[in-house]
Structures are given as C-alpha cells and as structure tokens.
Design a protein around this ligand. Structure first.
Ligand SMILES: Cc1cc2nc3c(=O)[nH]c(=O)nc-3n(C[C@H](O)[C@H](O)[C@H](O)COP(=O)(O)OP(=O)(O)OC[C@H]3O[C@@H](n4cnc5c(N)ncnc54)[C@H](O)[C@@H]3O)c2cc1C
Length: 475
C-alpha cells in the first residue's frame, strides 16, 4: 500500500487487495471508496474487497471512474454523498490518481465540509490539448504528475494512438502491426477528459478552439500538438499505386507489412528508397527502411543480386554530421548507391518507373527516370491546414513558439511541441520526451502567474516574461 493523504479526511491509494483491509482499518479509516472499474485490466473485483470491508465493519462505496476520464457525473456523485460519509475516507483506483482528482473536482463543485478541505471558490486551470499523439499524451501525463489543480481536456478525433517508430520495425519484419497501436481511450491518463472530435480552428483572442460542428471550447491554457500531415499527393501518381506494384511506405500503418512482404519476396532486381526535403518526422526512418531491408538480403545471401539506390532530395546522408561516418560504413557494407539532390516527383506503378528532379552542382534541374522492382517512399510532409492557416502559424505554417520555452511568441497562454511546432530540432518522439516536461513546468508556472522556469537567456522575443537573472538554459 502507498497511501497518500490528500486531506486529513481523504486519502488515496492504488489498487488494494482484500488482505490489506485489516491494515486499512487499523490505520483508522472508516470508509473505503473503489474508483476502479471492475472491467479494467488488473482490477480486483470490487465485490471481493467489499465483502472484506463489510466484515471489518467499515463502509464501502463502488464509484467506478473510467480510464478515459472523470465525468461530470463522477464529480457530482462524490460531492452528493461526501457530507454523509464516515471519515476518514480511503479511495482507490489503479494508481490513486483518479481518486485524487475526482476529490479535488468535487471540492470545487460543492465545497465540502471536512475538517481539512477548504471551502474554495478557486477553479482549476482549464488546459486544452489539441492532439492525443506522443506529445499530447506525454504532456497530459506530465501535467497530472505535477498538479492536481488542472482540468485537462484532450481533443483528438482518432480511435487509436499509434507508436509510429514501431512501423519501421513492422517494415523490417521485427514487430507485428497490432503491437504498434492502442485504443486512444486506454492511453488517455485517468482524470483527463477526451473530446473525440477534430479541431478546425483557433480563436486565440477569445481563448477558444473550434471543433468540427462549430462548437467553441474554452481554455485558460492551450497546448497545440496535432502532429503533421503526410503529403502523398505531392508525388504524381503515388496515391493510386501505394500498396501495389512494388510501391510501399513505412509511413502508413497499413502499408508497413507490405514493405516486409516485398523485402522477403525479393531475390534480385532494383530497390529504391527515397527521402523528401526536410522537415520530415524521423529523418532516419527512410534510411532505416533501407538498412533493415539490406540486412535481410545479406542474411539471405541475395544482396549481390540486388541493386540498392537511396535517392535523397537533400545534399547529405544525415543532418547531424557526427553520425555520417557510422552510417557510411553500412552504406558501403550493403553496397548501396547514394543519389543526392534527387527528389521523387512522380511514380508510374504499372510501368514500375519513378521520376526524380535531380539538381546538379550548378543548380540546374533535370528529370531522371529510374525503373524499380520495389520502391520505399517517404512522402513530403507539412503542417495541417487548420494550423498553417491559423493565427498561431509562422511564415512556413508551423506553430510559432520560442524554441526554449515552447511558449507561443504572440500568445502567452499557448504552447506547442512535437511535430507541429517550429522548433529547430528533428521531429521525433525522442524530442517530444524532452519537450513535454518543459511545457508542463512552464505552463503551470505561467498559470500561477510566474515566469516560465525553462527559457533561453537570449529569449527577448517573448514580451511577457523576461528571463530571470542567473537562470540556467533548459537544454
Ligand atoms: C515511420 C516512422 C518512424 C518513426 N521513427 C521514429 C523513431 O525511430 N524515433 C523517434 O523518436 N520518432 C520516430 N518517428 C516520429 C514520431 O512518431 C513523431 O515525431 C511523434 O509521433 C510526434 O508526436 P506528435 O504528438 O507531435 O504527433 P503524433 O504522434 O503524430 O500525434 C498527433 C495526434 O494529433 C491528432 N490530430 C490530427 N489532427 C487533429 C485535429 N484536427 N484535431 C485534433 N487532433 C488531431 C492525431 O489523431 C494524432 O493522435 C517516426 C515516425 C514515423 C511515421
């Protein structure tokens, strides 16, 4: 047991089992509330706990809160019975988090009259997060970890949350596709509300986001992280031949298995791997597809019969020069040909021909056609139109944030991270992992009226908060 005292009258814990009820009674608790739904994986059926609780002469209430979020009914139910409960109360769920947050919200909904809980009119900070991908879920978790004084809503229309780095592994025959997706509901932290709709626009001067159907959602603090969009249409003929004629891409969940099918079926011929102009998410993914495929052909003893071409719209193998020598060892090991400044512009699937715009050293561009037996395409990428056409965008369409604080340059209560932001780092989940705690810390500080603790000393562009004397640079 790891009981946390929220107030003298109310404590929370993670999942308990029947054998612990004895100790709970000995600790002085008079009432136990189960907030964990029976159907949740790993839950002990509440009836088992209830039987033991009753045997010990304590009161028991089953008030399940779904992992997808605390509802207004959950809050109202607790507020309604609170005054009549024998105290102190111990509430439990999976980690204790839902039990804690529902209590905080019930206090605000109906000031409770316990000895320890104050009668507060203070409302929690309403945080709206646009996008429940790597960045949205990480930020919600980071905020929940740091504060109970937030009411978080994630807006995302998707039923599933994808672990996209896993798609490279699916294309390499290492992961099963189903291992790379979870239901969105299972990933949204307990206590966070989910609006399953697409955001269509921003009204930063009104502190509102618009969702499909025209509804406006109010916020105190906004986190914008809807990722980016893949521009398949930018390559003539690509969409109609994807998944057929030897044309594949690990950038789509449903196509990654086709990559592995092509790789395992290939014993000789020409394999092309393409990379578009930056920025793209995971700059390494187009190359990883090539290395994993080549390694399979090497182990099958067919590598000598396969002509491998890496066609890169850029002029270098990888943007971080320190990695290039190690990558070149593999390029040489697999005898891959590197074609730089070679931008895929069209595919004719039936003729198995790809057309590239190839720019020479003098800046002259000509069209070059290459035939293939298989081609792995990484599509060009851009921001969603609802972001790039909004007041939040910079000139290139990305959310315009200060790269150190991740605070919007014009709206002090707006934050962005992940692929949608205009930070200069690579667009990766690895970057999100570093960014999410920074957004959480900074947002909570600003909501409390303090300067963001993480910002660069040279950040003079954001007029709202000057850096503190002697404050260290966050990265
Ligand atoms: C093939 C591949 C390989 C990769 N490999 C790696 C790797 O090895 N290492 C690594 O660190 N990263 C890798 N990445 C990149 C990594 O997956 C992304 O950088 C990361 O997912 C970005 O997180 P995000 O939350 O910004 O965007 P996402 O995770 O894409 O999430 C965006 C969310 O926003 C939602 N959304 C979209 N439109 C709207 C809307 N209108 N309203 C509300 N919500 C919306 C989407 O449904 C989605 O849930 C890879 C990506 C791919 C595709």
């Amino acid at each position: 047991m790891a009981i946390t005292n929220v107030t003298p009258d109310y404590s929370v814990d993670g999942q308990i089992d029947a054998s612990q009820v004895d100790d709970i009674k000995a600790s002085g608790f008079k009432t136990i509330i189960c907030n964990r739904p029976d159907e949740e994986s790993g839950a002990v059926a509440h009836a088992i706990i209830k039987k033991e609780v009753k045997k010990q002469g304590l009161a028991f209430h089953y008030m399940p809160i779904a992992g997808s979020g605390i509802t207004a009914d959950n809050v109202a139910d607790l507020a309604k019975i609170w005054d009549g409960l024998e105290k102190p109360v111990l509430a439990y769920c999976r980690s204790g988090r839902r039990a804690e947050v529902v209590f905080q919200q019930a206090q605000l909904a109906k000031p409770v009259t316990s000895s320890g809980a104050s009668k507060s009119n203070h409302a929690p900070t309403r945080v709206v997060i646009v996008g429940g991908g790597a960045a949205g879920i990480s930020t919600a978790s980071s905020l929940m970890e740091r504060s109970t004084d937030v009411a978080i809503t994630i807006i995302d229309p998707s039923d599933v949350h994808a672990y996209q780095p896993g798609w490279t592994m699916v294309g390499g025959g290492i992961f099963n596709p189903e291992d790379t997706v979870r239901t969105m509901a299972s990933q949204i932290p307990g206590g966070v509300k989910w609006i399953k709709k697409a955001v269509t626009g921003f009204q930063p001067k009104k502190n509102q986001v618009l969702v499909e159907g025209g509804e406006a959602i109010d916020y105190d603090q906004l986190v914008v992280c809807p990722g980016l969009t893949l521009d398949w249409q930018a390559i003539d003929g690509l969409e109609e031949t994807l998944g057929r004629n030897g044309v594949t891409s690990n950038y789509r969940f449903d196509l990654a298995p086709y990559t592995w099918e092509l790789v395992t079926g290939m014993k000789s011929g020409k394999a092309i791997f393409t990379q578009p102009a930056m920025p793209i998410k995971c700059a390494g993914a187009p190359q990883k597809a090539m290395y994993l495929s080549s390694d399979h052909w090497l182990r099958q003893g067919v590598l000598d019969q396969i002509d491998i071409d890496f066609c890169n719209a850029g002029g270098v193998l990888f943007g971080v020069k320190e990695y290039v020598p190690a990558l070149m060892e593999y390029v040489e090991k697999y005898n891959a040909n590197l074609s730089f400044n070679s931008n895929l512009i069209a595919i004719d699937g039936k003729k198995k021909t790809a057309t590239f715009a190839v720019t020479d050293a003098d800046g002259k561009t000509k069209k070059v056609k290459k035939t293939f037996d298989m081609i792995h395409v990484c599509p060009p990428q851009k921001n969603h139109a609802f972001v790039s056409e909004s007041p939040l965008a910079d000139g290139a369409g990305w959310v315009d944030v200060d790269q150190a604080s991740l605070q919007h340059k014009r709206y002090a209560n707006i934050w962005s991270l992940g692929d949608a932001a205009n930070t200069p780092n690579a667009k990766t989940a690895a970057a999100v992992r570093q960014q999410a705690p920074i957004v959480a810390e900074n947002l909570l500080a600003v909501a409390a009226g303090s300067p963001p603790p993480f910002q660069s000393p040279q950040n003079r562009e954001c007029p709202n908060f000057a850096p503190q004397q002697g404050q260290s640079y966050a990265y």
